[in-house]
Design a protein around this ligand. Structure first.
Ligand code: FAD
Length: 399
């Protein structure tokens, strides 16, 4: 602990970060009767650099979070996506369809719905509170120290379990010393643009040399546009629209005068925790959402992982609170749930750095459209990732 701080009363769980991972975890815990404190350094509604598409299976998790949550999302005038178009560097493209549809809506709206639902379930929410340190009791994590910008105070919040749901640059993960980084090192720039021609019910992924562009509708005639480039190219982001013109099927589609939200930047990605749990005697800390792992945005699975991870985290924490069992069960549950997804997103994330390979895979999928559907459904979490990882499917995509 560094510096003077005030100590507030104890909680069962302190959740750091009220994005999808933190709000969903807090909601589930509070609904089950736990005393939950949910802290976020931002004030909502807050922006998050994202392509803002919820993979189809996210709808099932929202349903489990509560019919009221799903109804609020459906009422927030989201776009409905029926599939994904992948465009190779040459401009050739292939479409993979979901069996169902997915929602896409601004994160300002989506995250505010989840944060409000957590509060309605009984979590105490404090905004404008930035967590800076962990509190240790006899070597085990026993709370957090946070700065409240509004009140000008630095406070210690004691809790049996601390949940790090504080995103890509998680302070909880860093303080636990569990962060691992790897290649490819990419960075993203995202904007909202109105009246983009040709954008209807598909997300579009345009692969170029180097980097890629993701775009898709998010309702109200607005398209979210994400440019993802290697870190070495990052300074070019200041020429956002000029960079988009390098992609043949994107060039000329954006009117810079129709930008309706400033360009946001984030990255680099490919960060994950070696172990998402620091368990000790019926308490400790765990990581969920991007704080636990985020490899690359290409497959658009981050929100699903945050929500599904929240379900796994809440189940483990409730068991720990009730029985004193180790939080280690959470690490096992994540491995069982996400190993296939981790492998698939890494394969795809690395492959999109090889334009010639993307060209080949798009060509194969044009000949065998069922492979495009399979890949899009696997990355949409509609079917298990392992369905796309069989030797037969992989050979069909590249040979
Ligand atoms: C360019 C890009 C495009 C993407 N597109 C998609 C997509 O289309 N679909 C998809 O599913 N995923 C997408 N993702 C991934 C998705 O945005 C993330 O996986 C998702 O937001 C993770 O949710 P989270 O709750 O873990 O973290 P976040 O949403 O980042 O929330 C973390 C919260 O923690 C708070 N916080 C941070 N530090 C502190 C602190 N010290 N103290 C208190 N609070 C703190 C932040 O204010 C924030 O509210 C994309 C990502 C990028 C970069």
């Amino acid at each position: 602990m560094r510096g003077a701080h005030r100590v507030s009363r104890g909680w069962d769980v302190a959740v750091v970060g009220a994005g999808p991972a933190g709000s969903a975890t807090a909601l589930l815990l509070a609904r089950a009767g736990a005393r939950v404190l949910l802290l976020d350094r931002a004030r909502f509604p807050r922006e998050k650099p994202c392509s803002e598409y919820l993979s189809p299976e996210s709808t099932r998790v929202l349903e489990r979070l509560g019919q009221d949550v799903l109804a609020a999302v459906a009422a927030a005038s989201p776009a409905r996506l029926t599939g994904m178009k992948v465009v190779a560097p040459s401009g050739r493209s292939v479409v993979g369809r979901f069996e169902t549809f997915s929602f896409a809506l601004p994160r300002t709206r989506f995250d505010t719905i989840l944060r409000a639902a957590a509060e309605a379930a009984g979590a105490e929410v404090r905004e404008g509170v930035k967590v800076e340190e962990l509190v240790y009791d006899g070597g085990a994590v026993g709370g957090v120290i946070a700065r409240d910008a509004g009140r000008g105070t630095r406070d210690a919040y004691r809790a049996r379990v601390v949940v790090g749901a504080d995103g890509l640059r998680s302070v909880v993960a860093r303080r636990l010393g569990m962060v691992h980084t790897a290649g490819p090192r990419r960075i993203a720039f995202t904007a909202h643009v109105a009246d983009v021609p040709g954008v209807h019910d598909l997300g579009e992924m345009h692969v170029g040399r180097p980097g890629y562009v993701g775009l898709g509708p998010i309702g109200d005639g607005v398209t979210t546009v994400a440019l993802v480039v290697p870190v070495a190219e990052a300074e070019r982001g200041s020429r956002f629209f000029a960079e988009l013109d390098r992609f043949p099927a994107v060039a000329g589609r954006f009117d810079p005068r129709r930008v309706v939200r400033r360009v946001l930047a984030t990255g680099p990605f490919a960060r994950w925790s070696r172990r998402p749990v620091a368990s000790s005697g019926g308490g400790g800390a765990l990581l969920v959402g991007d704080a636990a792992d985020f490899f690359d945005p290409f497959t658009g699975q981050g929100i699903y992982s945050a929500l599904r991870g929240a379900e796994l985290a809440a189940a483990a924490i409730l068991n720990t609170l009730a029985t004193g069992a180790s939080l280690g069960q959470y690490a096992r549950a994540r491995r069982l749930e996400f190993t296939g997804k981790w492998l698939l997103e890494r394969l795809i994330g690395i492959a999109v750095g090889w334009p010639a390979l993307v060209e080949r895979v798009v060509g194969r999928m044009l000949r065998r459209p069922e492979l495009a559907d399979l890949l899009v459904r696997a990355t949409g979490n509609c079917i298990p990732a392992r369905a796309a990882l069989t030797p037969r499917v992989l050979a069909g995509l590249v040979l």
